[in-house]
Design a protein around this ligand. Structure first.
Ligand SMILES: [Zn+2]
Length: 263
């Protein structure tokens, strides 16, 4: 349904669907985002093993412009981009709740503004927020510094208009198109830049490919490529096969890995 826009940043390069543009309007006023601080190791207490971990900068390889590919622990992080989506996000939240798994949602500002009830539901479910720009601008990282900052602040403000005390400690560039400027400004705003280690390319479904076939492809890719510490990229926007894939993947992953939300 959505045109795919290509971009190239790394071997695991992806293109992601951009949510349709919303009419532009002034951002709601928001409290100034605090300066960058180290992620505080304060996961919510749970009866079993923690489902959230503070991300730690890995010593090894990193993604574009120094963005993170891994969680820095053995925990595997599920990340869902481009939402919230009024059809798919509730289904995903229900599935995550049933499986008692926490995930990280990379929200597009216009979508957050459009669906405040879903932003609230994500917070209520104990999941983490990640800033995925105001309107999925694939060239955000190349814009003037003040424009980058304004875009990120507007997006955070849309989330905090619904959940005033939301912690937003992560940023993912649309299309993974991180630049040094985007990573730096995100850090100044207290957000780590997250890329991904595993990309099942759930956004890429050929017209001739059935939903079942696409779902199976996503399942195979995640099963084949996931290792401890991986950040897995998927989408809860306009990708019904993704949610179907995770119905099988979450129980499978849970048996083999510690699934964590980034905190
Ligand atoms: Zn995206």
């Amino acid at each position: 349904m959505t045109g795919l826009v290509g971009q190239a940043t790394a071997a695991t390069t992806t293109a992601q669907p951009a949510p349709s543009a919303a009419p532009s309007s002034p951002a709601p006023s928001a409290p100034t985002t605090p300066a960058a601080t180290p992620a505080t190791p304060a996961p919510k207490p749970t009866k079993t093993s923690p489902t959230s971990v503070p991300i730690v900068k890995p010593k090894g390889r990193s993604g574009p412009a120094g963005s993170l590919l891994t969680t820095g622990s053995k925990g595997v992080a599920l990340t869902f981009d481009d939402g919230p989506d009024p059809d798919l996000t509730p289904k995903l939240l229900k599935l995550l709740a049933k499986e008692r798994v926490k995930a990280t949602f990379c929200l597009v500002g216009t979508q957050a503004r459009r669906h405040p009830d879903l932003v609230r539901a994500i917070a209520k479910g104990g999941h983490s927020f990640c800033n995925h720009s105001w309107n999925h601008d694939l060239k955000l990282g190349k814009r003037a510094h003040h424009a980058i900052r304004a875009d990120l602040e507007r997006t955070n403000a849309a989330i905090r208009a619904v959940v005033p005390d939301a912690k937003i400690r992560y940023m993912r560039a649309p299309g993974g198109n991180f630049t040094p400027a985007l990573v730096k400004i995100s850090a100044e705003m207290g957000m780590h830049s997250i890329y991904w280690k595993v990309d099942p390319r759930d956004w890429e479904q050929a017209e001739t490919e059935s939903n079942n076939s696409h779902r199976d492809k996503i399942i195979r890719s995640v099963k084949r490529n996931t290792r401890p510490g991986a950040i897995i990229l998927s989408h809860d926007y306009a990708q019904p096969a993704t949610i179907d894939a995770y119905r099988e993947l979450i129980p499978w992953l849970r048996k083999r890995f510690h699934l964590v939300a980034l905190t």
